[in-house]
Design a binder for this molecule. Sequence first.
Ligand code: FRU
Length: 487
Amino acid sequence: MDGKITKITNKRRTDGKWRPQYHFTAPAAWLNDPNGLIYFKEWYHLFYQYNPYGCEWGAMHWGHAVSKDMLHWKDMPVALTPDQSYDNHSEGGCFSGSAVEKEGVLYLFYSATVKESGKVKQTQCMAISMDGIHFMKYEKNPVIENPPEGVFEDFRDPKVFWANDKWYMVIGGSVVGTNGGGDGRIFLYESENLYEWRYKSAVLESRGQMGTMFECPDMFAMNDKWILTCSPMNHPRFNKALYCVGTMDFQKGTYQIEKVGNLDYGFDYYAPQSFLDKNGNRVLIAWQNGWPWMPWCKNWGPTGVENWRGSLSLPRQLTLKNDSQILLYPVKEVVSLMKQESVDKDVQIGEKKYYINVTDSKCYYVKLKLNIKKLESMFIEIGFLGNGEQAFVLNLDFIGKIMTFDKQNADLYGRGKVNCSISSDTEEMEFDIFVDHSCVEVYVNHGMRCMTVNVYPEEKQKECWIRTPYKTAIIDRIESGSMHSIW
Ligand code: FRU
């Protein structure tokens, strides 16, 4: 429990300087992974890992909200409470999982977590709802009691889906590796009825290459491929939202990888989960934060003083290009939140800052369109939430083809730089940047690259600017505007 919390209310306090206004946050207290995302009986349902007792992780509940457009959410009563012998533990509870609909009934699957004789025990459990509001845990829980051979403790985050006339479930896990440490696995189970599950195979094995444990796996079809995603722990190159594109043989339970990539290169994008929107588009939502085992993560930021901790990314639609490159871009509904305020064309920038003025200096978007040929210097710096030389800076280096988010000189809470490549097939490039108090999301070329970072600016950090470190550059188009609150 966070000692500073005196009262948990169900009403969002909106006057805090870091509370996002168009990214989902819990009414109060702790939130992590999105769970059970589904369109059910004409409502989008969002469940999330929730500790209603404080701004620290612990005693996981499933918080719940519903929406008509994936943006404006209505809080619902907590869906799952750790209240059974198999899930009632202060360092456990109802861990992450998923939802499916069968014949008008909503089924939730989650990992019940307890500690027995100092050892973590994770079993896969089910809860059922007719109306999407009241949930009954299945009286014969767990539906999967024991993990496959070789698993020491970690066996969690069931994602259930329908394929090939059967129900399937992927579960993240870790087996004892050859060096005695953990080695990540994604296990596949199958079922005819959602109640009885058979182990099929391991569809992804790290073998010392991809991390010690695969959290929050997901698997879905896209065009004629199968996409497998997960959040690896201790990935050698810190890929925290890994995707594989490949082919799946459900008969044999084998997955053939054709390409591996990263869904988001920022510090703060973890445990994405996908679902189908009402038009059949594949949409992903992730938790915008991280765990202390990540070298850059310090206490999940300072927002506990505002009585909340943890936000979710904008819903992003996933498309798969012919070369197996995944694009993730905010769903088209997000346009309804954008209030355009200015469009400047053929803007010449130089060493002096070119200021972008928006009505709400903490809650806005900027869209840039440029042609690399028109950049004399080949370097552009975009400052956000700045005050003089103090700012979060996005550095675009078109020689090295690298984009860097620099928070070395920006807030009191986390230093560091994070980067990714931005090579492009064309000379035209587009950058969409969303700023929301403490969340920044950057999209390059409609989602070819995504970068999500949390920032914690002080009240007076209000400037947004562009400059080049030397010479000049012409930017074809600079559009900016405010973002409407979703509350
Ligand atoms: C991922 C995760 C999951 C687990 C949940 C617990 O962020 O560690 O593996 O189910 O969070 O809250």
